[in-house]
Write a protein that binds this ligand. Structure first.
Ligand SMILES: C[S@@+](CC[C@H](N)C(=O)[O-])C[C@H]1O[C@@H](n2cnc3c(N)ncnc32)[C@H](O)[C@@H]1O
Length: 256
């Protein structure tokens, strides 16, 4: 029976690939590669580097997945994403059927961990529920950008007994911060922390965390927000893309 691995490869440091991931990568006949956007070259290069560094007997093939992206003519965000997933499910189904022999093993190398802001598992579920092809699959966890950020700042994500909220820049609001001790923000292209005015709030920010392009800044949000904005925009200008994550810590958050 065909086998698929969905493998978390960490957030950009080849030394943060787990032994379990390396063992799985060594079983793979076909890597399905789906990167897009401005970061495409660097992310593809990182996946290549991992294969070159860790595969003992390279005889694998690579199949690139052409991603048409979300349809901008669909009004609601949720419907846009749903349509995109459906389209992806059809593409994955075709690829698994045509590119993977019955006794072969395929893999998706997922940035960070597959459980965090990544659609691959949802799309694979859709392929399975269509019922047209059959395969076994396994998920291998990876280090997330959140863990890498905490390690580089040498911090815990929460104080004793506190909660942590993980959200996107789009969902960040002053109300959320005043009620949550620790908020981790990802996928924020607009520096949404600018909207948070509470003087008590601290920020631990990192871009390209774990990689050789890494930039880290931390401090009181009111005192550091401008430097972070500037660092982010100059890094983006220099590299052509940027991926950043931050923790906002509010010591005076109201507990529910
Ligand atoms: C589509 S999500 C993927 C998250 C990934 N699955 C993970 O486990 O970290 C992409 C977002 O993750 C964050 N991210 C990923 N890699 C990062 C890195 N090396 N440094 C900082 N943030 C990163 C950024 O917030 C970025 O916008």
């Amino acid at each position: 029976m065909r086998k698929l691995y969905i493998i978390g490869i960490g957030p950009g440091n080849p030394e943060q690939v787990t032994i379990q991931a390396i063992k799985a990568i060594n079983q793979v006949d076909v890597f399905f590669v789906t990167s897009k956007g401005e970061a495409k070259n660097d992310l593809t290069q990182f996946r290549k580097e991992i294969c070159e560094r860790y595969i003992d007997e390279p005889s694998y093939r690579t199949v690139e997945i052409v991603d048409s992206g979300r349809d901008p003519t669909i009004d609601s965000y949720a419907s846009r994403v749903e349509a995109w997933h459906q389209q992806r499910a059809l593409i994955y189904e075709e690829l698994i059927k045509n590119e993977l022999q019955e006794d072969e093993c395929g893999a998706f190398l997922i940035w960070g961990d597959p459980s965090l802001y990544d659609s691959t598992l949802r799309v694979i579920d859709q392929v399975i529920s269509r019922g047209l092809i059959h395969f076994d699959y396994e998920v291998i966890p990876g280090i997330t950008s959140i863990q890498a950020l905490a390690a580089r700042h040498k911090i815990t994500l929460n104080g004793i007994g506190e909660s942590i909220c993980i959200t996107t820049g789009r969902q960040l609001s002053p109300g959320l911060i005043s009620n949550t001790e620790n908020v981790i923000v990802m996928l924020d292209g607009k520096c949404s922390f600018k909207e948070v005015l509470d003087k008590e709030v601290e920020i631990y920010w990192g871009a390209y965390v774990g990689s050789d392009k890494e930039v880290l800044l931390s401090g009181r949000l009111t005192e550091t927000r401008e430097s972070i904005e500037m660092a982010r925009s100059s890094a983006r200008e220099k590299n052509g893309w940027v991926m950043d994550t931050y923790l906002l810590r509010n010591p005076s958050a109201r507990r529910p």
